[in-house]
Write a protein that binds this ligand. Structure first.
Ligand code: ZN
Ligand code: ZN
Ligand code: FE
Length: 754
């Protein structure tokens, strides 16, 4: 006879953990109990086979559970009479976590393909281990009546399974079958088809090259046949998305491998239950439409994650599956909105009558030689929290303006919102507000503190300043970038933080973007940066990379416009005079140390992209071309001062311009620039290490989405003996800013209390 007391911590709530434990105890004929407590799930089992129970719990936990800690203690047997699921201890109400949405599991797929199963070919089947969660939950506690499944009363068969603890669907809130659940339909003009008929017709339309609006878990996708170039071009024209890459969905891992290079790590991500889009290096000579991602050598691929996707992909190699939205607006999620906003874009609607409560984009990861990078954190991840290092008052961190996310904290949890997007218009700001209200209500959080970005023009900063809370904590953008990584890796000592991005408001009022910091969670010191230049024409310079190139060229030539005119003859002397005057006086042109604008500059000088249609395009094309470069010319990117690390871009810009004019291969020049840029960072880190005796480096900021740069930089830093930390479960771009703000706010609050 053995009695074991077990404490399991990690992801153990909302994943069917207690019924699993109950069944396991029955299997080994054990007595005892299980209960949820604030410190995790507590279990006591008593009986001869208790060690077997423990082994199976450890080796084979429920599919969605993540066991971070498993403590075991052996005790004297007390002679329990039965096994019970006890109600939670209530000294401190545990925070009930909301599970993320989960891709259809293998068991459900088997049923979906079994002609004798009552859920045969049913597009909405799910179970305890899979299905919609966050996207359908209206409020807590999580049960069917508080989800958008409430309008579908269970039929007797579903009800029976739901109440049977031995069934895979025991207490699975969204369970449904063809008799009682949501129904698939296709609306094509005035014609409406249902179920199998709808699916058949949808496939015919897709085969004909038509564009479909398809309702998924977190919103609508626009879909077309990804091997049909004409269809892809038509979808682009209608959506007003001329060149930004489109993601595709393919039926299986094998097909993904035939279209792209899939590393082992990427394979795990592609096939895991979160089912993100993974950006992979493209193979040559595939049947994919060339215009899917013409700007880069990569393609975003995901595998089906709902039963409907599996059914649709039965007959296709690849479908475009891009978020359905009007340019700059959030995802379209309701049928009414789809009708009003997508009628001019889609030839037909393949949808259903289950409402989407929370709009949620697909998550995006990048795959490269050094592993996996998170680009966008949404479906499959949100709203699962990160643990803080202590208990704190509730904080709201409002994030940045582009790729916005916000964070809310409660006790020792930090809840990072899903990707909200670029807050460029009223619709996206509304999405921010409604998502914030939803998460606040779900977790019952009333923030006492707000943390926000210094940028006075960020709408989320203005929102933060308008709140009536006890304490407001401003956070510098690049400090937040570095702090997000420190928080993720639980680092509390100072590091060398290198933050490279497009725009971040500096504490001197300039637009920062290539920053060298000594930073911990509490404070930072800026010991270096790219030298300032005018952001010629302000925001216009972001959409028109040639403007920033002119600023750099004027700077490199001591104000002379000759070289600028040789590189951009179309500007003409008259207009150049105006630009020159603007440059000298700085009118409407704030000072900037932006790394993003330096990439734009080089892309424009080398003739790749003088104007862009989406954020980051010039740098993306520059990376594509550099990847095809063969030889590296050493370029000079020096530090121009003694007492701080001030990178001077002038010699490099001048040399690249002259070499371009001499007709040298622009791909080699692009590659040489990447090399010089990485070396500039390396030199900055060495400078910092010598003076501050710190050899741990944190890299963060949107520029590090450039994987060619990142891989080379990691190589250089490691060769020189630096220990490098990157974000892994947080985006490297502004999607992590709110986490950095939240972590810094916690640190400041701690300091205040100490
Ligand atoms: Zn399932
Ligand atoms: Zn049913
Ligand atoms: Fe940033």
């Amino acid at each position: 006879m053995v009695r074991l007391r077990i404490r399991a911590e990690g992801v153990v709530q909302g994943v069917g953990f207690r019924p699993y434990v109950h069944n396991l105890a029955l299997k080994y004929n054990l007595k005892g109990w299980v209960l949820n407590s604030p410190s995790g799930v507590l279990i006591e089992v008593e009986g001869e086979k208790a060690p077997f129970f423990l082994r199976e719990l450890r080796d084979n936990p429920p599919p969605l559970a993540v066991l971070e800690t498993l403590e075991v203690e052996e005790l004297e047997p007390v002679g329990y009479a039965e096994f019970q699921i006890r109600s939670s201890r209530t000294e401190e109400e545990p925070i009930t976590l909301i599970p993320p949405d989960v891709a259809t599991c293998e068991d459900c797929l088997r049923e979906m393909r079994d002609p004798s199963d009552r859920r045969y070919r049913y597009p909405f089947l799910n179970c305890t281990n899979c299905g919609p969660r966050f996207t359908i939950i209206e409020s807590l506690p999580y049960d069917r009546a508080r989800t958008s499944m409430k309008k579908f009363p269970m039929c007797p068969d579903c009800e029976r399974e739901y109440h049977d603890i031995r069934d895979r669907r025991y207490h699975a809130q969204p369970v449904a079958c063809p008799k009682c659940g949501p129904k698939l339909s296709l609306k094509e003009g005035e014609r409406v088809l249902f179920e199998e008929e709808a699916l058949k017709r949808a496939k015919v339309l897709l085969r004909e090259g038509k564009t479909l609006a398809i309702k998924g878990l977190g919103g609508f996708h626009l879909a077309c046949d990804a091997t049909n170039e004409e269809a892809v071009i038509r979808l682009r024209e209608r959506k007003g998305r001329p060149s930004k890459a489109l993601a595709i969905m393919v039926p299986s891992l094998e097909v993904a491998q035939s279209l792209a290079w899939v590393s082992e790590e990427a394979q795990r991500e592609l096939t895991g239950w979160r089912r993100p889009i993974v950006i992979l290096p493209k193979r040559e000579g595939t049947p994919l439409a060339p215009s899917l991602s013409a700007d880069n050598n990569r393609i975003g691929i995901m595998l089906p994650y709902t039963p409907l996707h599996h059914l649709l992909l039965e007959e296709f190699q690849a479908l475009v599956m891009t978020s359905a939205n009007e340019s700059g607006e959030p995802l379209v999620a309701s049928n009414e909105e789809a009708l009003s906003k997508l009628s001019a874009v889609a030839d037909a609607f393949l949808w259903h009558d289950r409402e989407i409560v929370q709009k949620l984009d697909d998550s995006v990861l990048g795959s490269y030689s050094r592993g996996i990078q998170m680009v966008r954190r949404a479906r499959g991840y949100a709203p699962f929290p990160f643990k803080l290092w202590g208990n704190f008052p509730s904080i709201l961190a409002t994030g940045a303006e582009m790729k916005n996310t916000f964070s809310l904290t409660k006790r020792n949890y930090l809840f990072l919102s899903h990707h909200i997007g670029d807050l460029e218009n009223w619709e996206s700001y509304e999405h921010f507000l409604s998502s914030l209200e939803h998460l606040k209500a779900l977790y019952q959080i009333e923030p006492e503190v707000v943390a926000y970005d210094l940028h006075p023009q960020y709408i989320v900063t203005q929102y933060a300043l308008s709140l009536n809370v006890g304490m407001k904590i401003p956070v510098q953008h690049h400090h937040a970038h570095i702090a997000s990584v420190l928080f993720e890796h639980r680092i509390f000592h100072p590091v060398i933080g290198v933050s490279c991005d497009g725009t971040g408001y500096g504490d001197d009022g300039a637009i920062w973007g290539m920053e060298f910091l000594i930073a911990d969670l509490w404070s930072y010191k800026r010991f270096g940066h790219l030298d300032y230049l005018p952001l010629l024409g302000g925001e216009e310079a972001i959409r028109q990379p040639w403007r920033m190139a002119v600023s750099h060229l004027l700077n490199a030539e001591g104000g002379s416009p000759v070289l600028s005119l040789k590189i951009f003859p179309e500007i003409g002397e008259e207009r150049m005079k105006v630009l020159e005057a603007q440059w000298r006086k700085g009118f409407g042109s704030p000072q900037t140390s932006s790394a993003g604008r330096l990439f734009d500059t080089i892309s424009a000088i080398l003739g790749f992209s003088r104007e862009i249609s989406y954020e980051g395009q010039a740098a993306i094309i520059l990376e594509r071309e550099a990847e095809k470069g063969r030889s590296v010319i050493p370029l000079n990117f020096p530090n121009k001062e003694e007492d701080r690390f001030l990178l001077d871009p002038a010699p490099m810009v001048r040399e690249l311009a002259y070499r371009k004019l001499r007709g040298e291969n622009p791909r080699d020049l692009a590659l040489s620039f990447h090399e010089a840029f990485a070396r500039g960072i390396l030199e900055g880190c060495k400078w910092g290490r010598e003076r501050y005796a710190i050899s741990q480096v944190v890299l963060s900021g949107g520029v590090f989405q450039n994987l060619l740069l990142l891989a080379r930089l990691l190589e250089m830093l490691e060769q020189e003996g630096f220990k490098v930390l990157l974000p892994r479960n947080l985006p490297v771009n502004d999607g992590a800013i709110s986490v950095g703000q939240g972590a810094i706010a916690c640190a400041k609050l701690e300091e205040k209390c100490a």
